[in-house]
Design a protein. Structure first.
Length: 112
């Protein structure tokens, strides 16, 4: 336990901030989990906004917010890509017949 008055106050402030940040972090984890389980563009946009706010307030590191947003966007892209994946078309044209050309060297070899 600190002896100096300012250090005692600092401990009180740290405990108070820790409680506040813990609630915010829990809320962020819940939002992120919901967004990844049922990807929705509108909901993902709101979750990204919450990550930005948390990063600007110092609750989480800005790089962590960017990483979470990127992974969320990647998951959303994967879901939308599989939903809107075009079916492969059949080729109707004939394949061209390929002919092998003999090189000049092998042709000369065969002559002799």
């Amino acid at each position: 336990m600190p002896n100096i008055k300012a250090a005692i106050k600092s401990v009180r402030q740290t405990e108070k901030r820790t409680k506040r940040n813990l609630g915010a972090k829990t809320r962020l984890r819940t939002l992120h989990k919901k967004a990844t389980q049922t990807p929705d563009a509108e909901y993902s946009r709101r979750v990204e906004s919450q990550f930005d706010k948390a990063a600007s307030k110092g609750i989480i590191h800005p790089n962590k917010a960017a990483r979470k947003k990127a992974r969320l966007a990647k998951a959303l892209r994967a879901v939308t890509a599989t939903e809107a994946a075009p079916t492969p078309r059949k080729r109707t044209g004939r394949k061209k017949a390929t002919t092998r050309k003999t090189s000049a060297r092998s042709a000369a070899k065969k002559k002799s």
